[in-house]
Write a protein that binds this ligand. Structure first.
Ligand code: DHB
Ligand code: FE
Length: 280
């Protein structure tokens, strides 16, 4: 059986990718933010997971407002990205993990989730920035990737409780996969932010810290929010918390937090990161 060995959360702000490409991680603006990542990189380097399931949201590179799957999962042998207009470099493709992807798709549909199945999709900063952050030089070693996207852009969006249940269904599918692969799960995006409109720039650091606490000890509490409430409390793009909630669902049992960092603002966002390990 494949095994989920850990969960990683991180914001996916495009400016992070630009900062890495320019080599300005140690400048006063960025240093506290980037100081949050070496412990996670060290853990990845020690554990060397075989597969990363990445919950992300497609901001329009592939799935624009005219075609917006609620949940989508990649089943492709590789994933390319493209210029999104944020100034981040186009990077080499990441390798897909098709067997586990298809197993997850089959299990999801058998268990009443009906994701869009994507055999050819480009992946945007929601996926590429977190992977670039965790693997310096984008040296992914033997890591294979399964992109799982959740609609956070266009109403109606899936509720936090549904995202949690979706993550749990994926976690159970991983557990039923014949193999001995080590799987790491990423929840990307968030935390509080709003990129446009009258409340552009809103950040709620207290709420962000509380979310990170609850993600560890009481994730079901986070599933009680509606997306309208999340928008009110954490801004329109605060709904990206749903990817963290799905990641936590995927971990199934109790977890312990072994690392956390939070800096606000980075670009327009309360930028958090955590490393969660299953509690035996
Ligand atoms: C920013 C944050 C995001 O989550 C995103 O998708 C794009 C931009 C930002 O803070 O700039
Ligand atoms: Fe985003």
């Amino acid at each position: 059986m494949a095994k989920i060995i850990g969960g990683i959360t991180t914001s996916h702000i495009p400016a992070i990718g630009v900062a890495m490409d320019r080599g300005i991680e140690d400048t006063p603006y960025w240093k506290d933010f980037f100081a949050g990542y070496p412990p996670i990189r060290e853990w990845l380097n020690k554990e060397k997971p075989d597969i990363a399931i990445v919950f992300y949201n497609d901001h329009g590179l592939e799935m624009f407002l005219d075609k917006k799957p609620t949940f989508a999962i990649g089943c492709a042998p590789q994933y390319e990205n493209a210029d999104e207009g944020w100034g981040i470099a186009t990077i080499p493709p990441v390798t897909g993990e098709t067997e586990l992807s298809w197993h997850i798709v089959n299990e999801l549909i058998e268990n009443d989730f009906d994701p869009t199945v994507c055999q050819d999709i480009k992946v945007d900063h929601g996926l590429t920035v977190p992977l670039s952050l965790m693997y310096p030089g984008r040296n992914y070693q033997h890591l294979k990737v399964i992109p799982v996207s959740i609609n956070c852009e266009r109403h109606p969006m899936p509720k936090p409780s549904r995202c949690y249940a979706f993550g749990q269904a994926i976690g159970r599918a991983v557990e039923s996969f014949a193999g001995d692969q080590k799987v790491v799960v990423f929840g990307t995006g968030g935390l509080s932010h709003q990129l446009d409109g009258e409340r552009a720039g809103i950040i709620n650091a207290d709420f962000d810290e509380e979310c990170m606490d609850k993600l560890v000890s009481d994730p079901e509490a986070l599933t009680k929010y509606t997306n309208d409430e999340l928008t009110e409390i954490a801004g329109a793009q605060g709904v990206e918390l749903n990817m963290w909630i799905a990641m936590r669902g995927c971990m199934l049992g109790k977890v312990k937090e072994v690392h956390r960092n939070y800096v606000a603002p980075i670009s327009n966002t309360g930028a958090g990161t955590q490393l969660l390990l299953p509690e035996d």
